[in-house]
Design a protein around this ligand. Structure first.
Ligand code: FAD
Length: 382
């Protein structure tokens, strides 16, 4: 198989966009198929740690992201009620020196738009919901909801928590509702000026069973964002999110610090999302199909590393294809799994437990990771 044979990426989320961009840069004939008719700037933020910024460097958008994002000097953890500091994790210049790249927080929509812009736009297909794949041994036939078909030599399932490719490999099984929801709201920083309070660039407010993570999503610090984790025994809405309200937020964070109350008072719209998980999967690839990101390891977002794992997966998958050669794609896929499973599963577990950076700890194993420099664990051939 030469590089001009076809690779299909299903899903143009953050993992799929990274995989598509890196494969195209490496010279593979890569097409990306996305079910959405278009993307919109949904109200959400995202952390990009140094581990993921090293992949952004390779894609060629590190400088743009550095200009776009907020650069917190620390990740602070604080007691939700008293405001007492539980941890102060140095980021800023320390992160650049120690971990080899910046730690930034950005608007998720801005990041996504930038990543998608790096794809060959002639090979990016919107409104293409994959409904079936038939791996016939020689190639894969993909069938889309609009009745069209296409074929590829290899298919990457970057199609998120309800992945159709995962279902093809392992059978139908809904993800597990974790029992926690996340509220998300973007607040105009202008409104916060009315308060004599300090709104820090990256802070997580904690109590026994819930938290609120808060940070700026733009470099000019005009947009402030919060995302919560709050227990809610059941999720029966049948949609990926629902509207929430200031009243619901006040109830959920009753007794919390005045800074948190100010954020709730300034909230105009707030949405509520179920947090879904799966146990580590026994299979990441079979024949010509391979999974990455939330398709194979969805997690609670409490380390702010879910997308980072999807993007690292994409980079490692391309590294393994380059290392082994795409002709030996099954070995390349197994090498990829061998080099990703342990790390992704560990991040899934810590995210599930929601202990990350609550107290002072060394985050080097996450932030210091360089997917391009880490020595590859080799396959054990029998
Ligand atoms: P997705 O982003 O879900 O992308 C999948 C794509 O595939 C979508 O565009 C979808 O439309 C498309 N698709 C699905 N099915 C099909 C189909 N059949 N055919 C074609 N296309 C299809 N991660 C971080 O790193 N940092 C954070 O700060 C952070 N905060 C988070 C906060 C919350 C509240 C939540 C819920 C998650 C957060 N995450 C964070 C996690 C992160 O959002 C996910 O881990 C990440 O989006 C996974 O990327 P992905 O590309 O694997 O999947």
């Amino acid at each position: 198989m030469t590089k001009n044979r076809k690779i299909a990426v299903i899903g143009a989320g953050l993992g799929g966009a990274a995989a598509g961009a890196l494969l195209q840069q490496a010279g593979y004939d890569t097409r990306v198929y996305e079910q959405a008719p278009a993307f919109s700037r949904l109200g959400a933020g995202i952390h990009l740690g140094p581990n993921v910024m090293k992949v952004m460097r390779r894609i060629g958008i590190e400088d743009k992201l550095n200009a776009m994002g907020s650069h917190p000097t620390h990740w602070f953890s604080r007691d939700g009620r008293s405001g007492e500091y539980l941890s102060r994790i140095p980021l800023g210049a320390f992160a650049r020196e120690e971990y080899g790249a910046a730690y930034i927080t950005v608007h998720r929509g801005d990041l996504h738009e930038l990543m998608v812009s790096t794809l060959d736009q002639e090979r990016l297909y919107f409104d293409k919901r994959l409904v079936d794949v038939d791996d016939n041994g020689d190639k894969v036939i993909m069938t889309f909801a609009d009745g069209t078909t296409d074929e590829a030599d290899l298919v990457i399932g970057a199609d998120g928590v309800n992945s159709r490719i995962r279902e093809k490999l392992l059978g139908p099984e809904a993800p597990t509702y974790s029992g926690w929801v996340a509220h998300r709201a973007i607040i105009s920083a202008e409104k916060l000026k009315a308060y004599d309070l300090d709104f820090e660039a990256c802070v997580k407010w904690w109590s026994e069973d819930r938290h609120m993570m808060v940070y700026f999503v733009t470099g000019d610090e005009k947009e402030y964002y919060y995302v919560t984790g709050v227990p809610e025994p059941e999720w029966n809405h049948g949609t990926s999110f629902v509207d929430s309200s200031r009243e619901e937020m006040r109830k959920a964070f009753e007794g919390y610090h005045p800074t948190v109350q100010a954020l709730i008072d300034c909230t105009e719209t707030v949405t509520k999302w179920p947090l879904l998980e799966r146990n580590p999967l026994p299979l990441w690839h079979e024949n010509r199909l391979v999974l990455l990101g939330d398709a194979c390891h969805p997690m609670k977002p409490h380390m702010a590393q879910g997308a980072a794992m999807a993007i690292e997966d994409a980079a490692m998958l391309v590294r393994c294809l380059e290392e082994v050669g795409a002709d030996r794609y099954q070995d390349a896929f197994e090498l990829y799994r061998t080099n990703r499973f342990e790390r992704a599963s560990r991040v899934q577990k810590v995210s599930h437990d929601n202990t990350w950076l609550r107290h002072d700890e060394d985050p080097a194993w996450v932030f210091g990771y360089d997917v391009y420099e880490v020595p590859l664990k080799q396959l054990q051939h029998t």
